[in-house]
Each structure stands twice: as C-alpha cells, then as structure tokens.
Design a protein around this ligand. Structure first.
Ligand code: SF4
Length: 186
C-alpha cells in the first residue's frame, strides 16, 4: 500500500496535542510503516512538498499567520482534522474574547500584555509593530470559523489512544469511529 502523507500544524495551540500524538509511543513505528509526515513541526518541514492525504490542525486562529497557514492546509490536504479543543472551539485562548468589555477589546488585550502588566518593562510605551510580526485578529477564531473541516477530535489534549484510533481509520480511508469511552473534552 502506498504510504499516506500526513501534515500537521500548531496554530494558536500549546503543542500539547502534538505531544499527545507522540504518546502513541512505540506505535509510531507501525505508523511510519503506513504513513509519512510532510509539513509538520515534528520534522521541521516548513512548506508542503506535495499534496497530503491527511492534515491535522492543533489550535485556533489568533493572528493573520494562523489564518494563512490554515488556508494552506485546507488547500493541500484531502482530509482536514481539527485536533483538540483549541481547534474545535478556541480552547482556553478564546477566553480573551469573553473578558473583553471595552469599546476597543484588542487594544485592551495589547495594553495588558505590553503596557499595563506589572512585570512589563517598556519605557517607550510601544506595542510591537514591526511589519514582520503577524497582526493579532480582533478575537480568537475556531478552525471551523475559517475553513471547512472534515472531522473533529476533542480533548485538551485528545489522548494518544484516540489519536491512534482516528489516524489508523483515516489511513485506511475510513471515517474515525471513536468509542465514547475514548472521547473527552478536558
Ligand atoms: S487543545 Fe489543549 S493540548 Fe491541544 S493545543 Fe489546545 S491547550 Fe494545548
């Protein structure tokens, strides 16, 4: 059987979902027999080398670059999977949407991060604005807010077992049938 190609990305994630993928432990040897990784922080490939069968997305979108990467994944992957609570519903980072109560919520968020926090040393009172920096979005968006996804795997993070179950099904070209006992949201 031709090996399936898998790409992965961490957007506004914590890399915990990637760590959980590595929690499949020695089963990674079996995975490597039937699949290979393309663009992924696991191998440090920064660009797609070819079209992929499966794309795994960790994290929602908090900045412009996240949206760009996510659209690239949708364009280059046959099946796109939102992995973890951040990708599915924004996760903990989405709390910045709820605590904003001013007329200029993004400004409030930046002020707290770069000016107001007691541990900030910022004598010029400048918020970083180099063009190389991706701009923060007005709020955190889920993956589904930006592109169509084919499957969602919940959990913060999903366990190695649930990722293994889902991946082995997807590699066979089947939908992931997740036993309820494997599913969690925390
Ligand atoms: S879902 Fe949890 S483990 Fe995964 S990126 Fe978000 S915070 Fe990290």
């Amino acid at each position: 059987m031709k090996k399936k190609r898998i790409a992965t990305a961490s957007l506004a994630g914590c890399f915990g979902c990637h760590m959980s993928l590595l929690d499949i432990d020695e089963r990674i040897i079996d995975l490597m027999k039937v699949a290979e990784f393309d663009r992924s922080p696991l191998n440090d490939f920064k660009k797609f080398t070819r079209r992929c069968d499966i794309g795994l997305i960790e994290g929602g979108c908090c900045n412009e670059d996240n949206v760009h990467v996510l659209r690239e994944f949708r364009k280059n992957c046959d099946v796109l999977v939102a992995v973890g609570q951040c990708a599915i519903m924004g996760g903990l980072p989405v709390m910045r949407n709820a605590i904003m109560h001013s007329d200029d919520p993004l400004r409030e968020c930046l002020d707290e991060a770069y000016r107001a926090s007691p541990k900030v040393m910022n004598p010029d009172n400048q918020i970083p604005n180099d063009p190389a920096l991706p701009l923060l979005l007005d709020k955190v968006y889920t993956v589904v807010d930006v592109v169509k996804v084919d499957y969602q795997i919940p959990g913060c993070p999903p366990s190695g077992d649930v990722l293994w179950t889902a991946l082995t099904a997807l590699i066979k070209g089947e939908p992931p049938e997740l036993d309820w006992a494997l599913i969690k949201y925390d």
